[in-house]
Design a protein around this ligand. Structure first.
Ligand code: BMA
Length: 364
């Protein structure tokens, strides 16, 4: 992380020793104060439009579609822990966990920030994160539930992996941890239609208590991410565990592909302004950092999406970072699951323009 005047000032003002988590928090707050979000990309160092670290022999972890397009790595590297809970050597999207660990540490040592999401399997049915066939899953893993002990074994693996994220001097690297995301939707088994608000909040607190209090991992920045695309969004505050358990209030909001252009763009604009507007008020009242924890336009089929759609939609919001989803060709629909620019891709120049105009922070 770059040490800035702002951080030094914070150090003098607070007069106490600064932890790696404090450094991340200061950098995020600074980006938010400047309304210049850090740019994030899911799996940026793991694979891109035409390459894949796990499948190839080049494990240098130097490649990145964002680097190849705009000349710098994204500031935020997103990685997903899905699969780790059942001890799989690879995550749900095929990434080798050992290479993910190396990528996280490398990104931190380059000065970037790592964020971890978790598309975990269903601990009651054995299905995946999207298995919403039972409304008993969250209840079953809370204390007293029949899958509680089993699930605590999953948390144990997650905690151990996070502890293993250490720099070359054996220091734990700080990470933004974003569990139980999009909980206002009902497409994951922990979603709004699948458990009560009280159960959700207990789930969060149980996760926090185990990781922070029991395992002593205090370097995590905790992010909560309601999703805009849900009738439950307006009630998202019911599913908020409390200020002591959350550092970042983020929005997951995609430019829809279920609508044609330009309707998709107006939906995106109004979702961002309504949802982010209400999260901004909440973040200000509760002293939290605001972010767009997931966004993007799948396939980037409009070559001016960055400057004409995204930039005006987020203009003026005090966002610390925004993260676009992954660039993979391994989807049933083929070559469409791309959210970040790639060399030769349609929106390459447009993305560069946004970065060159200082509207997004890359790792420079
Ligand atoms: C989703 C899609 C899935 C993927 C999951 C976790 O939005 O990209 O293909 O498995 O995220 O990364």
């Amino acid at each position: 992380m770059h040490i800035t005047k702002f951080m030094i000032l914070m150090l003098i003002l607070t007069g106490c020793s600064v932890t790696p988590k404090d450094n991340v928090m200061s950098a995020l707050k600074q980006a938010a104060a400047e309304s210049t979000p850090m740019f994030g990309h899911q799996d940026d160092l793991m694979y891109g439009h035409t390459w894949n670290v796990t499948k190839e022999n080049d494990h240098s972890l130097t490649r990145s579609d964002v680097l190849m397009t705009a000349g710098a790595y994204p500031y935020i590297l997103g990685l997903d822990l899905g699969g780790l809970e059942t001890d799989s050597p690879r995550n749900l999207d095929g990434n080798d966990f050992n290479l993910m660990r190396e990528a996280a540490v490398k990104h931190h040592e380059r000065g970037g920030i790592v964020t971890l999401s978790w598309h975990l399997r269903n601990p009651l049915t054995g299905g995946d994160a999207w298995d919403v066939s039972s409304k008993e899953v969250v209840r079953s893993i809370l204390p007293g539930g029949e899958r509680h002990d089993y699930f605590m074994g999953w948390l144990d693996r997650i905690a151990s992996f996070i502890i293993s994220l250490q720099d070359s001097e054996g220091r734990q690297i700080p990470v933004i941890f974003r569990p139980w995301h999009e909980h206002t939707g009902s497409w994951f088994w922990w979603g709004a239609g699948l458990c009560s608000a009280q159960q959700f909040n207990e789930l969060w607190v149980m996760t926090y208590d185990y990781i922070v209090r029991e395992r002593g991992i205090d370097g995590l920045v905790w992010a909560i991410s309601p999703n805009s695309m849900s009738s439950e969004f307006g009630k998202w505050e019911d599913r908020y565990p409390g200020d002591e358990y959350v550092d970042i209030v983020g929005l997951d909001c995609y430019c829809p592909t279920y609508q044609a252009q330009p309707e998709a763009f107006s939906t995106f604009r109004s979702d961002i302004s309504n949802c982010l507007g209400s999260l901004q008020t909440f973040a200000e009242n509760h002293g939290k950092i605001l972010a767009v924890t997931e966004t993007g336009y799948e396939g980037l089929t409009y070559d001016k999406w960055w400057t004409e759609i995204l930039a005006p939609a987020i203009e003026g919001f005090p966002i610390a970072y925004l993260l676009v989803w992954r660039n993979t060709d391994e989807m049933p629909r083929g070559m469409t699951h791309f959210y970040a620019p790639w060399p030769g891709g349609p929106s390459e120049q447009d993305f560069k323009e946004l970065v060159d105009n200082g509207k997004l922070k890359l790792l420079k």
